[in-house]
Each structure stands twice: as structure tokens, then as C-alpha cells.
Write a protein that binds this ligand. Structure first.
Ligand code: NDP
Length: 449
């Protein structure tokens, strides 16, 4: 173990996901440090792994029965070397400081890869949105923003959505921010279209992950047409990943939520996807209901503590994990390889464990880590910020074209950096090195702050 890893694990021993994210980056950038002794002199690893600021706060709220509850709110402002902190808000019971730090750390590199001027941050709460009424959601969001508003701003820190935070929550959060600050600015992204949102923002993470897959396949002179795909999750990222795969002629066989997954041998077509979107976004139902509507599909309930996830144990060409972190373990990675999967594009953040990543690299899969493959979401958030500053709305084709160009550029940047450091085709090393060098050079330019 490196000295820096040892000191991080000793100081914050319970932050397992953060250790995992940092360890991967440190292993990737070792040759960069060997080539640049000035980076070691400037202790860049110790600096880049320590958040610039962590905000932790109480979020009291009242349910519909007038019972008071208290949740914990977080904002980790990780790095502002290349722009204002930028990164989503996650509302999920699993949220803790370690998860927030891992997500904020990943965000720093991801945002650097987009070529836009955005630093990295992440926030959220251990609040569980499942089963809450609209008014409970509103009261929670208002209470959350009643503290967070002091720390954010269009030139300081610009949050967005993530797990459990979609258009409805962004609306409630923005409304409270506007009331408290008495200003209408682009302080949040993922806003609705009629009050400052950008076309293609809801679609951007899923579309971007598929665009990245298209770029990887093009290197092998292949396309998505006719390819079978396993997709996990059924939220924002999974839905738009599915939409784009269908549009490009691929066939999506699976979708999931935390209760289980559906396998539809005939493929999820546009009509079936529309019904899932209604089920998930409006009725806020469970994916199991898909099998009631389409009896040819098979629903499998999730095990309480599974050794492996059966969703990843089907014959397919490609996998698009789009639910949550560490949803593909070593056994799942072995199953994917055994079942003929040749491409993995991560819509979720860090969905593969370190052991799973090793298997993908060892077996020479086309493997795109989340910080590259899912950067389309934050990239279009950056475009939303640009449109807000200019008080303009770009048409759909323009935003989509910019997204495609950005994903193509991230793909090339990763390949070039990997090639430069003698690891051709390794998107993990490429993404980590390219993001790291950009941020570290900016930090050094700005002195010891
Ligand atoms: P949503 O809340 O819209 O959907 C999340 C989906 O994943 C749901 O189907 C949810 O099921 C499932 N899920 C969540 N936690 C778990 C779990 N512990 N086990 C099994 N399934 C789970 O979130 P998003 O689609 O926005 O986010 C999905 C992933 O993509 C996350 O890793 C996020 O960080 C990442 N991401 C999102 C971006 C965005 O723009 N939204 C940008 C970049 C990355 P259930 O409803 O049962 O909880």
C-alpha cells in the first residue's frame, strides 16, 4: 500500500468507497508522478484527496402525520481548481460521508474530462424518498435548501440531481433557493425547460454512455446495431440509455430496481419503454409491474445478500450498469465474460468493484469507467450553465451535437493518455491520467491554496 493510501485509510477507516476510488486513481497516476517529480514535491496526491470543504448539517422535516424527522445533509466541495464545484445531490438511505467523498472525488476527474470549466463536488442526504408524498418531498427539499443555500451559488457551487433527486426535487430546491436569496440564477442544473433547464439534460447521462460505447465499438469497426444489451437500474440513466440503444438498433433485455430485475427476451421496445417511464416517473411504481403488463418477461426478485446478481448472468454483447456503485462484483464480471459480453459502459458511478475491473481489463473487454462514460450528464449541465449565463436556450439538435462532440473528445483524450503512458486501449488509466494532469496543473498554477 502506498504511504498516501495508508494515511487515508488510517485517518478515515470506514470510508470504503472513498478508499476504492482513490486507490484506483493512485495506481493509475503513478507513472505520471515518476515522470514529474515536481508533483511529488507539491504533495499533489495529499492535496487532491482532501476535500477543500465539507459541509454537514441537520435537516429537520415534518411528515404528513405531523411527525418530525431529522436527516443528515452533506455537501462535499472537493476541488475548485478548474471551475466552481459541480456535482449532483443524492437522496438515499445509504448516503454517508464516505459515499459523498467518493462521488465528489470521481466528479473532479469526470468534470475535467468534459473540457468545461467545472470543479468537483457532491452532496445529498440519507433521506429515503421512497413512499413519500409530494408534500413530504417538498418540505424535505425546502428544509435541505434552508441550510445549503448559504454555501452554493452560480459561481461557487452548482448542484444537480443524482439518485433520488430528479426534476421534481430540483424544482422544490430551486424554489427555496430563489426565495431565500431573492435572485433567479443558474444555481442548480437539471431544471425544468420552462424555467431555465436545457434540452437534452434529462437524456444526457444515458445518451452519453451509449455515445461512448459507439466510439469504443467504432475502434473495432463495429456498431450497436443488432447487439443485445443488459441494462441495470430503471431510473434516469437507465431509461435514456435504453432509449438510445433502441434508436441505434440494439436490443435491451433487462432493467432493474433495488427490489429485482426483469428479463425480456423479445427486447424492450419504444412502446414498452414509454410504459416503464410512466410507471417509474409518474406512478413511482416497481419494475416487477412490468412483468404483469408484459407476461413474456420474467421478473426475478433480488436476494437480500446476494453472492452475485443474476441480471449479469445472461447471454449478451454489451452491459450498461446504470443503477449504483459496486453492483458488479468479481463473480458478476466472470459471468459477463462467460456469457460473451465484449463491452461495458458505466452509466452509474463506480458500479464495478476493483476485482471486476481487473477481470474486464485482463480479458481485454471494451471497458469504459463511469468517470468517462457517464460524463455526458455533467457536460450538458455545463451547457445548461452556459445557456443560463447568456439567458438563451439552444435547440435540441445543438445540445445533442455538442454532447456527441464532447463524448467523442473524452474518448479520444482517454485513448491518447493511455497510449502516451504505454497502456493502449486502457480507458481506466487514460481517464484517470488525463483528468488528473489537467486538475493538478491548474492547482500548481494557483499556488498553495
Ligand atoms: P435514479 O434515482 O433515477 O435511479 C436509480 C436506479 O438505480 C433506480 O432504478 C434504483 O432502484 C436503482 N438503485 C439505486 N440504488 C440501488 C441499490 N443500492 N441496489 C439496486 N438498485 C439500486 O438515479 P440515476 O439514474 O440518476 O442514477 C443512477 C446512477 O448513475 C448512479 O450511480 C448515479 O450516481 C449515476 N449518475 C447519474 C447521473 C445523472 O445525470 N442522473 C450523472 C452521472 C452518473 P430503486 O428505485 O428501487 O431505488
Amino acid at each position: 500500500m502506498t504511504d498516501i493510501m495508508q494515511s487515508i485509510t488510517e485517518r478515515d477507516p470506514v470510508e470504503k468507497e472513498f478508499h476504492q476510488a482513490v486507490d484506483e486513481v493512485i495506481n493509475s497516476v503513478k507513472p505520471v508522478l515518476d515522470r514529474h517529480p515536481e508533483y511529488r514535491q507539491a504533495a499533489v496526491l495529499a492535496r487532491i484527496t482532501e476535500p477543500e470543504r465539507v459541509i454537514l448539517f441537520r435537516v429537520p422535516w415534518m411528515d404528513d402525520e405531523e411527525q418530525v424527522h431529522v436527516n443528515r445533509g452533506f455537501r462535499v466541495e472537493m476541488n475548485s481548481a478548474i471551475g466552481p464545484y459541480k456535482g449532483g445531490l443524492r437522496f438515499h438511505p445509504s448516503v454517508n460521508l464516505g459515499i459523498m467523498k467518493f462521488l465528489a472525488f470521481e466528479q473532479v476527474f469526470k468534470n475535467a474530462l468534459t473540457t468545461l470549466a467545472m470543479g468537483g463536488g457532491k452532496g445529498g442526504s440519507d433521506f429515503n424518498p421512497k413512499g413519500k408524498s409530494d408534500s413530504e418531498m417538498m418540505r424535505f427539499c425546502q428544509s435541505f435548501m434552508a441550510e445549503l443555500y448559504r454555501h452554493i451559488g452560480p459561481n461557487t457551487d452548482v448542484p444537480a440531481g443524482d439518485i433520488g433527486v430528479g426534476a421534481r426535487e430540483i424544482g422544490f430546491l430551486f424554489g427555496m433557493y430563489k426565495k431565500l436569496k431573492n435572485e433567479f440564477t443558474g444555481v442548480l442544473t437539471g431544471k425544468s425547460l420552462n424555467w431555465g433547464g436545457s434540452l437534452i439534460r434529462p437524456e444526457a447521462t444515458g445518451y452519453g454512455s451509449v455515445y461512448f460505447a459507439v466510439e469504443m465499438l467504432a475502434v473495432k469497426r463495429q456498431t450497436l446495431k443488432g447487439k443485445t444489451c443488459l441494462v441495470s437500474g430503471s431510473g434516469n440513466v437507465a431509461q435514456y440509455t435504453t432509449e438510445k440503444i433502441i434508436e441505434l438498433g440494439g436490443k435491451v433485455l433487462t432493467l432493474s430496481d433495488s427490489s429485482g430485475y426483469i428479463y425480456d427476451e423479445e427486447g424492450i421496445d419504444s412502446e414498452k419503454l414509454a410504459s416503464i417511464q410512466k410507471l417509474k416517473n409518474i406512478q413511482r411504481g416497481r419494475i416487477s409491474e412490468y412483468a404483469d403488463e408484459y407476461p413474456n418477461a420474467v421478473y426475478t426478485e433480488a436476494e437480500p445478500s446476494p453472492d452475485y446478481n443474476p441480471l449479469w448472468n445472461h447471454k449478451a454483447d454489451c452491459a450498461f450498469p446504470s443503477a449504483t456503485e459496486n453492483e458488479i462484483n468479481k463473480k458478476d464480471a466472470q459471468n459477463l465474460v462467460k456469457n460473451g459480453v465484449k463491452l461495458v459502459s458505466e452509466g452509474a458511478n463506480m458500479p464495478s468493484t476493483a476485482e471486476a475491473v481487473d477481470i474486464f481489463l485482463d480479458k481485454k473487454l471494451l471497458y469504459a469507467p463511469g468517470k468517462a462514460a457517464n460524463a455526458g450528464g455533467v457536460a450538458v449541465s455545463g451547457l445548461e450553465m452556459a445557456q443560463n449565463s447568456m439567458r438563451l436556450n439552444w435547440p435540441m439538435e445543438e445540445v445533442d451535437n455538442r454532447l456527441k462532440i464532447i463524448m467523442r473528445s473524452i474518448h479520444k483524450t482517454c485513448l491518447d493518455a493511455a497510449e502516451e503512458y504505454g497502456q493502449p486501449g486502457n480507458y481506466v488509466i487514460g481517464a484517470n491520467i488525463a483528468g488528473f494532469v489537467k486538475v493538478v496543473n491548474a492547482m500548481l498554477d494557483q499556488g498553495l491554496v
